[in-house]
Design a protein around this ligand. Sequence first.
Ligand code: C2E
Ligand code: CA
Ligand code: CA
Length: 736
Amino acid sequence: MDVAGAAATAAAAWLASNRCSDARTSSAWRLIAVAFLCPTIGLAVGAIYVIMGTELVSPSVIDLSWFSYYPLMLIGLLRFPMRTQSRFSKRRMRIDTITITIGTLSVVWYFVLGPTLAQEGASVLVLLAAGVYPIGDVILVFGVVYALTNVLAPATRFALGFFGAAILVQVVCDVAYGWSVTGGQATLGSVVLDLYLAAIALYVIGAASQRPVSAEELRERPAETIDASPQAGRLGRWLPFAIPALVFALLIGAQFGAETYLRVGLAVGAAAVTGLVLLRQFVAQNELVDAQGELSFLAMHDVLTGLPNRALVLDRAAQSLARARRQHAPIAALFVDIDGFKNVNDTFGHAAGDELLQCIAARLKGLVRESDTVGRIGGDEFVLLLDSLNFDVAPELVAERVIEVVREPMQLSAAGNRTVTVTASIGVATSVGESADDLLRDADMAMYMAKTKGKNCTVVFESSMHTAAHDRLLLEMDLRAAIAENQFFLLYQPTFDLRTETVTGVEALIRWEHPVHGIVPPDRFIPLAEQTGMIIEIGDWVLSEACAQGAKWHAEGHEIGIAVNVSARQLDDDQEIVQHVKAALDESGLAASALTLEITETALMSDPDRASARLQTLKELGVRIAIDDFGTGYSSMAYLRQFPVDALKIDRSFISGAAHTPASAAILRSLVQLGKTLELETLGEGIEETTQLRNLQHEQCDSGQGFLFARPLAAEKLGEFLRDVTSPKTPAGSDV
Ligand code: C2E
Ligand code: CA
Ligand code: CA
C-alpha cells in the first residue's frame, strides 16, 4: 500500500511536469517525482525482503530511500520559479537556515538522540535514523513555506498548499515514529501508518491539482527585486528567533533534574545558536547601512541613466559656484534638450525612448572630463556643468560637440533594431556669482530660445532674454484670456481683377482688441499662438466668422470669394482641419467654392509630402487653395505641380521691389509666368502705387490686393464699399 502511495505521488508529479510548458516549473515537478520514486523503490525492496522472510533492521533499505527523498524534495520545491530575492535577504536566509538546523538538532538531541544514546546497545545507525527524519522534516517545512510564499504562479501555489499540509502530517508521523523506535511504543505504529496514507493522499491531490503553467504567463508577473515580501518574512522572520528561544527554554528546564550529558548537549546548541543570532543581527545592521547608502544614491541619481539628478546637479553647481567665486573663474552650464524625443517615444514605445536616453547619456558622459558633471534633470533634458579655472575649450564648442554626438544615428534594439536620429537644442549660460538655480534657469531660457530658433542649435544666454521671456509670458496669459473673452475681430481686404479692376473677393485678416494695449496686429500674436497651439482654437473661430460674413454678403447679392489664412499648425491634424472647415461651411451655408484657404509657402515646404496629402483632403471638400507669400519659400517645381492648388499669391516684396530695379522686375515676370505655366491664378500682394499696378497689369497678372485699392476694412465698411465701388483706384477709408 505504501509502495502504491509513493508510486501514485511520483506518477502524479510526473504528469504535472508534463502539463506545464514552463521549463522551470516542469523540471521542479520532475524532481519531486524522482524524490517520490526513491521511497517507492525502497518500500518495494523492503516488501520483497519481508516476503522472503528477512527481518528488516532499522536503519533499513526503506530508511535509506527516505534519506535521499529529503534533499531531492527540497531541491524540487526550491526549483519553482520564484520572486527574485535581493542579495540582502539571501544572505540572511542562509544564516537563518543554519540557526534553525542547529536549534532543531539540539531539540532532537534532547528528546530523541540523547536518550537513545543512553540506552544500552543502541547503534549509531539507529540513532541517525531516528534523528534524520525530524531534521529532514524541519528542512522540508522550511522549503515548502518558502516556496509557498515566493512562488510566482498562483496555480503552483495552490498545488503546494496541499504539499504543505501533507508535510505537516508527515512531521507528526515522523515524530511519532522516532518515539516508537527509541521508546519502544510499538502500538503507535499502525496509527502512524494510517497517517502516512493521509499524507500521501494530500501529495497526490496536490500534484494532480497543478494547472498548466506557461513561461509567457510567468513573464507577465513582475519579479519583485526588492526584499519587500511581507508574507515571505512572517514565518521566516520569527523561526530564527523562536527556535533558539526554545533551546534556551529547554536548557533552563533541563537544570531541574536532567542528565548532565543532555544539559551539556543543549548548552553547546544554545551557544551555537546565540552566536548565529548575533551574527545575523550584525549582518542585518550592515545591510541596513548599505541599503541606506543605496537609497541616498537613488535619491541623488536618475535610475534610468545612473546620472546625477536635478538635486545633485544643483548641489554640484552650488559647490562649483562657491569655488568660482573664490577663484574668480566662471563655470558654465549647458542645458541640452533632445528634439523629437516625444516622436520616438510615441512611434516606437517607451522602451525605445529609454534606450535612446541611455545611449545619449553615455555619449554625453564620453564628451566631458572627469571633473565635469553630466546630469539628467527631466524627461529628455540633460545638463552639463563645465567646471574649470579656464575652460580647455569654450563652452560653445563643447555645445557644438554635443550637437554632433546627439545627431549621430542610434540603433535601438527596443525599436526592432531600427536606426533613429534625433537632434539637440542647447542653451549655454556662464556664471561666477549667481545661485545654482539662476544658472540653470538662464541656461534653460537660452535652450528655449534655441528651440524657437528652429532647434538643432545652440544659443548663449543674454540678460535681455529675461525681459523677452517675461513679455512673452504676459502675452501668452493675455492671449488665453483673449480666447476666453473673444477679444478678436476680423477685417476684410478686397482683392481685384487687374483687367477689369472690379472686386473679386476679400481676405479675412484677424485683429485683437487688447483691453489695455488697444488693437494688436496679427504679426504680434499669431507666432505665439502657433507655438502654444492656441492657433487651433483661434483659426477655428476665424473660419466660422469669415464664412458667416461671406454668406451674408452672398445673400445681399455680392458673389465674392472669401479667403482665410490657415497656419501650418492647423494642418498638423488633418482630421481636425477638415472638420473645422466643414463645420464652418455647413453652419454658414456658404458654398465651398467661395472659400479659399491661404497657406504660406514655407508651411507647405517644411514637409511637402505630408502637406500634399493634407491639401488633397481639403481639396475634396470643394474649397480653393492658395499659396500665400509665394516666392519666399523655395518651392521646387516638382512639388508645385504635385500640390492641388488654385492660386499663387506673389509676396509683397516682389511687388514693391519691381517698381524700382530691373532685376526685381525680371523676378516678378518669372513668378507670374510660373503661375501661368502651372495654369494657376496669380495675385499680386501689397500694391501701394500705380506704377506697381501697371507693372502687374503689364505682366498679365490676374488679380491684386493692396492699399492702393483698399485697406483691410471692418465688415460694415466693406459692405458699403461693395455697394458704392465705382472707381477701384479711389482709396477707401482705413480701419487699421
Ligand atoms: P498675409 O496673409 O500676407 O496678409 C497680408 C498682409 O499684408 C496683411 O497684414 C495686410 O494688412 C497687409 N497688406 C495688404 N495690402 C498691403 C499694402 O499695400 N502694403 C502693405 N505694407 N501691407 C499690405 P496683416 O493684416 O497685419 O496680417 C499679417 C499676417 O498675419 C498675414 O499676412 C497673415 O500671414 C497673418 N494673419 C492675418 N490674419 C490671420 C488669420 O486669421 N489666421 C492666420 N493664421 N494668420 C493670419
Ligand atoms: Ca494671406
Ligand atoms: Ca501674403
